[in-house]
Design a protein. Structure first.
Length: 277
């Protein structure tokens, strides 16, 4: 029988072999940001010859996040400069399940003569009073300043690779134990200790992803969307009447991409997912 002491050994072994560098994101509400600043929400930068991305019905998408790559600590994921923008639908599903209703845009060359006034001729602010227009931000047009910190992410218990990795590790460390299914074959306190040890990080770039339900990626195509471009968690402010960021009922959103496509700055095939409790 696998004991709590045994499972702690398993946990340490999994963490040792399944960790990666990531960039953690700390956010602070700030509605005075410049157009090219890194931000969640707020006004996007849009080049002179570009327009606001639209969904499958021809309606404008809304800016979820904008990362100024020059703000990031040294990393091997993002470009060294330019802006990476994440756009989602203004519908209640935010574009979930339809790749024409969300997108990621990379802008390499930034013009220094773009004004907020010119952006507002292209980008329609969300209507705070319109119940048919949705946003994960409690105040639909608010913006959050982003601070980036290098960190370490270990695999999460909701990652589609986790159960196979956990079983393999148990078999290697305790070959005499007949464990074929984590839920059925581990004692409840041991099972709980294992899964609670791999909760993941909050807002981040490049981290192992977190889900409140399940991983939507196909286990048979492990590398198709192996890189987490961005994770945005639900976020509570000190004000009990302002949740800040809320995906449904306390959910989380992720954008995934193939490693090779990211290296070639090809953002045409990105997987967006959000789920909640």
């Amino acid at each position: 029988m696998i004991t709590l002491e045994d499972i702690n050994t398993v946990i340490e072994e999994i963490k040792k072999n399944n960790s990666r560098e990531c960039i953690n994101i700390v956010i602070e509400e700030n509605n005075s940001l410049n157009l090219t600043d890194s931000k969640f929400g707020g006004l996007p930068y849009i080049s002179t010859d570009a327009d606001t991305p639209k969904d499958s019905n021809g309606n404008q998408l809304a800016l979820l996040a904008q990362i100024n790559c020059s703000d990031l600590p040294e990393n091997t994921l993002y470009p060294k400069d330019g802006l990476l923008q994440f756009w989602i639908s203004r519908n209640d599903d935010f574009g979930l399940g339809n790749k024409k209703d969300y997108c990621v845009k990379y802008i390499k060359n930034i013009e220094d003569n773009i004004t907020k006034e010119s952006i507002l001729t292209k980008y329609k602010l969300l209507d705070e009073e319109n119940g048919e227009e949705y946003s994960p931000f409690n105040k639909k047009n608010t913006s959050f300043a982003l601070k980036f910190e290098k960190g370490i992410s270990t695999i999460t218990s909701t990652d589609f690779l986790f159960e196979d990795i956990a079983l393999k590790t148990i078999h290697e460390l305790f070959p005499d134990e007949n464990i074929e299914d984590l839920y059925d074959d581990l004692e409840r306190d041991v099972f709980d200790a294992l899964f609670k040890a791999f909760k993941g990080v909050d807002h981040a770039i490049g981290a192992y992803p977190t889900f409140t339900q399940w991983d939507p990626r196909n286990p048979e195509e492990k590398d198709a969307y192996g890189i987490t471009l961005l994770q945005v968690e639900s976020h509570w402010n000190n004000d009990p009447n302002n949740n800040g960021i809320m995906w449904g009922d306390s959910g989380v959103a992720n954008f995934f991409i193939n490693k090779e496509k990211l290296e070639h700055l090809n953002f045409e095939d990105v997987l967006f997912n959000w789920d909640c409790l």
